[in-house]
Design a protein around this ligand. Structure first.
Ligand code: SAM
Ligand code: SF4
Length: 332
């Protein structure tokens, strides 16, 4: 095992894989209602995704997160998850996890546990059914809450991801902290990021988490804790509930220094940074031969140009997004 070290000395040990760009929701900050999805021919097969992920595991990836789009709407996704579970059994991989919108969890929770998944992030921005339909355009809150419940009962550790949105869920965050406390879930608040054309102006949605925290501290005692995942979240402990509350502030804080991750899309494109356009095509070397030598050197070459950091800004009204690609391409 060699391990992947980038030019700034950071070890890359975390791979996030968007297994599909499709989704059964159309969250307003993520997608336009009439999204055009990739033609099926461009998408890697589940076997190809397995080969790619396994190459990364050989190279030192310890944590693998499947995301999307909605990972659980990809047909036969459990076969990939079960197959990747073999790396947990050998100890080469430490964690196999997912980020999901929760809509299919009632169906898959037990199978996920069976495949070796122990924790899951579920995105939930509101506990109000009408607001939920407004923000996801197509989603049903009950179905998601049932899914979350099924995950908890199956023994999965659930973390709730909530995007903080101006004039939308600001007034509800206390209630959500309470819900997470009651159910034993950690929670992470996320600032909106300027990724991809959507139907709305992003300055209408942007809510700085520094403001949110100030407000939450009127009701809750938040103690900073040193807990780190190598990602952009800063964690606090909510003393009243005993659960963790994380803040992901890509726009107000620079978190690039400790970055340990790269992102792979369902077409085999590797993004070395969420906030930069530079990417490496791994599909061509993957398909060029049955052996993995070409693929492995393409991975090395890509890691060799992982940039130092990103450069997001949401400032002037009506500005084009900082990056043209949607979150559903790289999976966040
Ligand atoms: N469909 C799954 C879900 O919703 O959890 C996985 C993919 S989704 C793109 C991953 C995360 O990105 C979700 O928590 C979602 O809220 C977040 N997200 C999407 N677009 C975003 C944006 N423009 N800014 C910040 N977070 C965003
Ligand atoms: Fe789908 Fe997740 Fe994007 Fe919402 S945030 S549209 S659930 S991919």
């Amino acid at each position: 095992m060699t391990g992947m070290i980038d030019p700034f000395g950071r070890a890359v040990s975390y791979l996030r894989v968007s297994v599909t760009d499709r989704c059964d929701f159309r969250c307003v900050y993520c997608m336009a209602e009439d999204m055009t999805f990739l033609p099926k021919a461009e998408i890697l097969s589940l076997e190809e995704l397995d080969r790619l992920c396994s190459a990364f595991v050989r190279k030192g990836v310890k944590k693998l997160r499947l995301t999307g789009g909605e990972p659980l709407v990809r047909r036969n996704i459990m076969s990939l998850i079960r197959s990747l579970g073999r790396h947990l059994k050998t100890g080469d991989l430490e964690e196999l996890t997912l980020t999901s919108n929760g809509s299919q969890l009632a169906r898959f929770a037990d199978e996920l546990v069976d495949a070796g998944v122990r924790r899951i992030n579920v995105s939930l921005d509101t506990l109000d059914a009408d607001r939920f339909e407004a923000i996801t355009r197509w989603g049903k809150l009950d179905k998601v809450l049932d899914g979350i419940d099924a995950a908890r009962k199956a023994g999965l550790h659930v973390k709730i991801n909530t995007v903080a949105l101006k004039n939308f869920n600001e007034d509800e965050l206390d209630r959500m902290i309470d819900y997470c406390g009651t159910n034993g879930f950690d929670m992470t608040l996320i600032e909106t990021m300027p990724l991809g054309e959507i139907d709305q102006d992003r300055t209408d949605q942007y809510l700085p988490l520094s403001k949110v925290r100030e407000r939450l501290e009127k009701a809750w005692t938040l103690t900073d804790i040193p807990f780190k995942t190598g990602g952009p979240a800063r964690y606090t402990q909510v003393e009243e509930t005993g659960q963790k509350l994380g803040f992901i502030t890509p726009l107000t804080h620079n978190f690039c220094e400790g970055c340990n991750r790269v992102r792979l899309t369902c077409t085999g494109t590797l993004y070395m940074c969420l906030g930069q356009d530079d990417a490496a095509d791994l599909r061509a070397p993957l398909r060029a031969s049955e052996g993995d030598d070409l693929l492995e050197s393409a991975i090395d070459e890509a890691i060799g140009r992982k940039p130092k950091g990103h450069d997001f800004v949401i400032e002037r009204r009506g500005d084009a997004p900082a990056l043209g690609r949607h979150m559903s391409v790289t999976g966040g």
